[in-house]
Design a protein around this ligand. Structure first.
Ligand SMILES: [Fe+2]
Length: 184
């Protein structure tokens, strides 16, 4: 039997995610996202640090109609009072995605190309469908590492550069009473 279709639990994946990855682990550090944070330059003076890491698992590499998936560990903390977050991206062409929360808690920001914004509370077990054409960014507003699963169609292109021209409308800051949204 094709070992790709054997059932496996998420617990099994967590045991050895790097060994199952089909691409090198992607590590995002503050220095790679510095201008996306309001006070990123100032925070970087204190030193660079890893914000999140991401493993891709693609059982049928580049074959049309197949699916790839990934697991992200998004670390807790703030950068100049702004909650840690993923870079955020759009898919260059058609291509929906599914996110599912596995550990921790936070907020998923979704924004259409027309500028409509949706904010979804995320925790273990939350699953969200991200339609084609919507940018997506996860923000860790909790106190532990946030881990989530993403599933997307093979062959799509990820557009990260668009964030430097047309970022999300809001920043997610840590206020005295919890989460505070600030217009960008
Ligand atoms: Fe995506």
């Amino acid at each position: 039997m094709d070992k790709r279709i054997l059932p496996i639990t998420l617990e099994d994946y967590f045991k050895d995610i790097p060994a199952r990855a089909t691409e090198p682990v992607l590590i995002r550090s503050l220095s790679q996202m510095v201008s996306l944070f309001k006070d990123g330059e100032e925070a970087l003076k204190e030193g660079d640090w890893e914000l999140y890491r991401f493993w891709t698992i693609e059982p049928a590499m580049n074959q049309p109609g197949e699916m790839a998936f990934g697991v992200t560990d998004l670390y807790p903390g703030t950068i100049g009072g702004e909650f840690n977050m993923t870079h955020g991206h759009y898919h260059a062409g058609p291509g929906a995605e599914l996110y599912m929360g596995l550990k921790g808690s936070g907020l998923l920001l979704l924004q259409s190309r027309e500028g409509e914004l949706k904010i979804i509370e995320f925790k273990e077990g939350t699953a969200t469908y991200i339609p084609s054409g919507w940018g997506h960014r996860m923000v860790n507003t909790g106190e532990q590492t946030m881990t989530f699963l993403a599933v997307w169609p093979t062959g799509i292109e990820h557009d990260y550069e668009v964030m430097y021209r047309n970022d999300f409308k809001v920043r997610v800051l840590k206020g005295d009473g919890g989460v505070v949204f600030e217009d960008r």
